[in-house]
Design a protein around this ligand. Structure first.
Ligand SMILES: [Fe+2]
Ligand SMILES: [Fe+2]
Length: 275
């Protein structure tokens, strides 16, 4: 029987002068642990980016309140409506009466269907940057994702890329820095998570992913903020190189028993007459 251990909230961590991470860790049976991060941009118009796991709502609200009076929050950026990203949205909205949700068209529709007051939503028009207290966040769709509504951003000032589910990794144990990981553990964690969270990646022409990863390398973010990995400094190639290599040689990917190719091969094998 699969048993689920409890997720845990860890202490807030400073990422840059402006950005703070609110980290938690979610045990995944037989696969390790998954970081689940929200981020807080302090300043004239504070922005909370995603609202954590609903399973540990009390701890999330406590961690948030240790960094800011929720009444001072002006914006809540919702990347998509998954339970690990919008888990405590209702509670945060109740605690932050001066905050408005900022997100895109599809997520606004999903907020509406989930019963949220979309009168508190600022919907970003495609192609427009978001400004908060003089800070410019350029919306970006990360290279892979599990929801078509996924909304990341690039903070021009800090050269920080919020990659949402991209560059997440299932890890053997919680770490504060990826430098604490053997390179093989980072690679396996990245590939394992991408295979679970975005299985469609294995089905697309690998030149599409390669081109997107190259574009990110050209942008050269100073820090990568993933919802599912500690912050990464020292160049995005630390991440993109593993993904490009794995998806360039699909034999390196974990077998997907639900893939149509797998089914076809199985049926073909069954249809071959025995001699
Ligand atoms: Fe997701
Ligand atoms: Fe996620």
């Amino acid at each position: 029987m699969i048993t689920f251990e409890a997720p845990t909230m860890h202490g807030a961590e400073r990422v840059t002068d402006a950005w703070t991470m609110l980290p938690s860790w979610l045990p995944v049976p037989d696969m390790g642990v998954l970081p689940v991060n929200s981020f807080l941009l302090k300043g004239r118009e504070p922005v909370l980016v995603d609202t954590g796991l609903g399973l540990i709502g009390d701890d999330f609200l406590t961690a948030l309140a240790s960094e800011i009076d929720p009444g001072d929050l002006r914006w809540i950026w919702i990347s998509h409506m998954d339970a690990d990203h919008a888990g405590n949205l209702a509670r945060v909205l109740a605690a932050a009466p001066n905050a408005r949700v900022v997100t895109n068209f599809l997520n606004t529709g999903r907020l509406n269907m989930a019963g949220f007051d979309i009168g508190r939503v600022q919907m970003l028009e495609p192609g427009t940057a978001f400004e908060a207290g003089g800070r410019r966040l350029i919306p970006v769709r990360p290279p892979y994702y599990d929801s078509p509504g996924t909304l990341g951003f690039y903070d021009v000032h800090d050269r920080a890329l919020f990659a949402v589910d991209s560059f997440g990794a299932l890890l053997p144990a919680p770490v504060r820095e990826i430098d604490e990981l053997p390179d093989g553990a980072l690679r396996d964690g990245l590939i394992g998570w991408s295979s679970v969270d975005a299985p469609w990646l294995a089905d697309i022409d690998n030149s599409v992913l390669a081109r997107t990863l190259k574009s990110l390398e050209a942008i050269d973010p100073a820090v990568i903020l993933s919802g599912h990995l500690p912050p990464v400094r020292g160049g995005i190639r630390r991440l993109t190189s593993h993904l490009a290599a794995a998806y360039d040689a699909p034999g390196n990917l974990p077998a997907d028993p639900e893939a149509i190719e797998h089914l076809a091969a199985t049926l073909n094998a069954e249809l071959v007459p025995c001699s």
